[in-house]
Design a protein around this ligand. Structure first.
Ligand SMILES: [Zn+2]
Length: 348
């Protein structure tokens, strides 16, 4: 079979689409005939190499994919050949104090398929049964592949961590990214007034289409000043930040007294300066969030499958063009998710 892989960490040139042995399903695993995969920023970090994560090379990347069950291990009870499934990439031990309290994404041994262990951007992938969710008929493969990681991440950030309530105001930074475009929709669903930032007029239009009430072009204007204007100096109740870096200080500035900043990533830098005076005087909360519990995954994906939430796809490419897929993410081109399809299944 063919799979995306890289034999060294580095720039986009390390990505290849190579022949590899077809995996087989272990006892509690399912062999999935992959119909589509989706990219996340995590794939870019993994390709470049993450400190503290020592991967066996060559590494097959990919945390999001969907397809048809080809075969199942003898311990598998929930799936059988022919079932439609999608991967939910967080792996937890099931037995630590956090798992036992139902907080699987806080597991002390938590890891993510594709980041810490071989991923699913291949013609076939062997995936633990616990990391698969059923996909109803009628849901297209791109949606099934692209929804799980970003929608579970955004759902937990807003619904569990920030606990957004109807009538509150929510600022979503970087609304054109996968997490951003999910967060806009979820905040809107929760009944919040949603402000989105993006870098072009076209992306701002898309953000409005998926539920933003206001849209700010951060490339042209200071978004913290715009929030100040928009809220008559009050600030917003919640900021969704997956950017970090230079936006961090402005995120904190944009919050109302008692506001909550919820973060799931730092694509622009993980060590921004924090004005601690602002944090205590304004009684701000800074909330971290990673992935989601299986129950949260079920809650949000049921709303993707029934069409409440929509996965926007900025590009659909054969897996042999994964390098271009990374470029779309790294250069922040387009709006929504980047989908890759095994070349043997690619039909346009
Ligand atoms: Zn655990």
């Amino acid at each position: 079979m063919h799979a995306v892989q890289f034999a060294d960490h580095g720039d986009r040139g390390v990505i290849e689409y190579a022949e590899r042995p077809e995996p087989s399903a272990g006892r509690d695993e399912v062999l999935v005939d992959v119909k589509a995969g989706a990219l996340n920023h995590l794939d870019v970090w993994t390709r470049r190499g993450l400190p503290g994560i020592d991967l066996e090379l060559p590494h097959v990347p990919g945390s999001d994919a969907a397809g048809v069950v080809e075969s199942v291990g003898e311990g598998v009870t929930r799936f059988e050949p022919g079932d439609r499934v999608a991967v939910s990439a967080g792996v937890s031990c099931g037995d630590c104090e956090f798992c036992r309290h139902g907080e699987q994404s806080q597991c002390v041994d938590y890891y993510i398929i594709g980041e810490h262990v071989p991923g699913v951007h291949a013609e076939y992938a062997a995936v633990p049964e616990d990391n698969l969710v059923a996909v109803p008929e009628g849901v297209d493969w791109a949606t099934a592949a692209a929804a799980p990681l970003v929608f579970q991440t955004a759902w937990r950030m807003l619904m569990a961590r920030a606990d957004v309530r109807a009538g509150e105001s929510v600022l979503v930074l970087g609304a054109s990214g996968g997490v951003g475009h999910a967060a806009v929709q979820i905040a809107d669903f929760a009944g919040a007034e949603v402000v989105a930032t993006a870098s072009t007029a076209e992306k701002l239009d898309y953000a409005r289409e998926v539920g933003a009430d206001h849209a700010i072009n951060y490339a042209e204007t200071d978004f913290a000043a715009q929030i100040d204007d928009l809220t008559d100096g009050r600030g917003v109740d919640v900021v969704v930040d997956h950017v970090g870096g230079e936006t961090w200080d402005d995120s904190l500035k944009s919050l109302a007294k008692g506001g909550r900043l919820v973060t799931c990533g730092a694509t622009a830098g993980s060590r921004p300066e924090t004005n601690v005076n602002r944090v205590f005087w304004n009684q701000l909360s800074i909330l971290g969030s990673t992935m989601a519990t299986p129950g949260e995954v079920d809650d949000v994906l049921s709303k993707v499958w029934d069409g409440t939430f929509e996965v926007r796809v900025r590009g659909r490419l054969p897996m042999s063009e994964t390098s271009r897929a990374h470029e779309l993410l790294e250069d922040r081109e387009g709006f929504g998710k980047v989908v890759v399809v095994p070349d043997s299944e690619f039909d346009e």
